[in-house]
Design a protein around this ligand. Structure first.
Ligand SMILES: *Cc1c(COP(=O)(O)O)cnc(C)c1O
Length: 485
């Protein structure tokens, strides 16, 4: 399997999986995708069903990932997924259990059983294994420099802690995370994890990361890299749980016509892009519902055909904060497919139109008409009041406590339930324990603390304060990162 860029010219060379594993954007500014999606026939799905049932999630994931990777041997790949997806690092040995949400006609696929109680762990745990494997193979090392306002940073740290050849320097805006998120990150005392509290807001943190990356000499000396949301391997990890979800929901008597639909709480369009890829591969997914919060750029596109990203100043701070995104970094991958994989047309939209006009408009085009019928997409949105009401209602009627992001999904799912045939699964993206304040507001009580997170807010913490200065950040990296470690 070779990889191409969404903005490729006809003569651009293709790359292998291991080539693109440690990279972000392609040199032409596009995103990497496989040259074509491998397909799963009915008998392939039957075989994966047996593997999932008898050997478990990790073995099934290795089977799927191997279709996309031809430069890591089958045994190594199986060992990698077995280390990435296991209990007790995931709370349930099924890794992604799927069950009915009582009284709603909906299912929940539980993606948040990993070490940080957010679905980002599904991708990061695999990425951590793959990075260590590839760096060891090359005899190379990497300093991951990132900025986070919550989920991504802690998920990356738990995936990379204690790893050979990897250091993590993670910038956070001082005093602006929830108590739980802060405790989760700052209580990691591993030598290769450097938590930094910047005197500034999240955008300042991102600007500092950019400044370090612009200094080519510094970047080369310290082998600066990233684990951002456009990394192909993260998406690939996510494709696997859509296959597992379909297999679990159709456990009895499934055939090629047993369609399952999914509702995906969305921000950067990574999670639902993986659903799209699984569907393109032949997994019988019916409708793919994009659920947004008040930051509804994606809902606007699927309703009207207009994609109009917003600046961070125009992005609202909501009670489902991990979806507060107004420029969906993975969206270009889907548009590339939608445009018949035309790299020039994709570039014209994402490079030219967005830079020139700030939006593009596909309304009235055959592509827009195909969104629903050919690609199965539809969308919906919810507000703070909707998600509070949904959390309270679902707890009362079903006896299950939703986190605010999953509540966005359940709200949209209930609204669309009667229009969608067959099973409808909401992807659960986080656990309520991370968002105590919103749960309290919705229900009048605090969320229960799962045993593995008990006492986390009282643990020893380590964090380095930093002025909002790129020079200070470079000095900190030079002082704290051990080259080659
Ligand atoms: C990251 C995140 C999302 C959004 O996922 P995307 O892949 O960016 O669309 C939704 N919910 C939670 C809890 C998240 O952490």
């Amino acid at each position: 399997m070779r990889y191409i860029s969404t903005r490729r010219g006809p003569n651009t060379p293709t790359r292998s999986f291991s080539d693109i594993l440690l990279e972000g954007l392609a040199p032409d500014g596009g995103l990497y995708l496989p040259e074509e999606y491998p397909t799963l026939s009915q008998s392939d799905l039957d075989e994966l069903r047996i593997v999932l049932r008898e050997d478990g999630y990790a073995a099934m994931a290795a089977g799927i990932i191997s279709l996309f990777v031809d430069d890591i041997g089958a045994d190594d790949l199986s060992a990698i997924t077995a280390r990435a997806y296991r209990a007790p690092s995931f709370s349930d040995p099924q890794i992604v259990p799927v069950d009915a949400l009582e009284g709603t006609g909906l299912h929940l696929a539980h993606l948040s059983g990993g070490p940080t109680a957010a679905f980002k762990d599904m991708a990061m745990q695999l990425l951590g294994e793959l990075f260590e494997y590839e760096l060891t193979r090359r005899g190379d090392w990497l300093t991951i420099v990132g900025a986070t306002s919550g989920d991504t940073g802690s998920s990356a740290e738990y995936a990379l802690r204690g790893r050979e050849g990897l250091s993590v320097v993670m910038l956070t805006p001082a005093g602006r995370m929830t108590a739980f998120q802060r405790a989760q990150m700052f209580s990691l005392l591993d030598e290769n994890i450097v938590n930094v509290a910047v005197d500034g807001v999240f955008d300042d943190c991102q600007d500092l990361v950019k400044a370090v990356n612009m200094d080519a000499d510094f970047k080369a000396t310290w082998h600066v890299g990233a684990v951002n949301s456009i990394n192909w391997a993260r998406l690939l990890a996510q494709v696997c749980y859509y296959v597992a979800t379909w297999l679990r929901v159709t456990e009895e008597g499934a055939d090629a016509s047993s369609k399952v639909s999914v509702v995906v709480p969305s921000g950067n369009f990574g999670n639902v892009c993986a659903a799209h890829i699984a569907r393109q591969m032949g997994v019988p997914l019916g409708t793919l519902v994009v659920a947004t919060n008040e930051n509804d750029v994606l809902d606007e596109f699927f309703r009207t055909g207009v994609y109009r990203p917003r600046s961070s100043a125009d992005t609202l701070a909501t009670s489902s904060p991990s979806m507060d995104i107004s420029k969906a970094s993975n969206f270009e991958r889907f548009i590339f497919d939608l445009l018949g994989r035309d790299g020039d047309a994709t570039r014209a939209l994402f490079d030219d139109a967005l830079a020139r006009d700030g939006y593009f408009d596909l309304s009235g085009t055959p592509e827009f008409a195909s969104l629903r019928d050919t690609y199965g997409f539809t969308s919906g949105t919810s507000s703070h009041a909707d998600r509070l009401a949904e959390i309270a209602r679902t707890e009362k009627e079903s006896g299950y406590l939703l986190d605010p992001h999953t509540a966005d999904g359940v709200h949209v799912a209930r609204a669309l339930r009667s229009q969608i045939e067959g099973p409808l699964v909401v992807m659960e993206t986080a656990l309520p324990v991370k968002f105590a304040e919103t749960i309290q507001e919705a229900t009048g009580h605090l969320p229960p603390v799962p045993p593995r997170f008990e006492g986390i807010e009282g643990r020893e913490e380590r964090v380095t304060p930093l002025a909002n200065s790129a020079e200070d950040l470079k000095a900190l990296i030079a002082a704290r990162v051990r080259p080659g470690a």
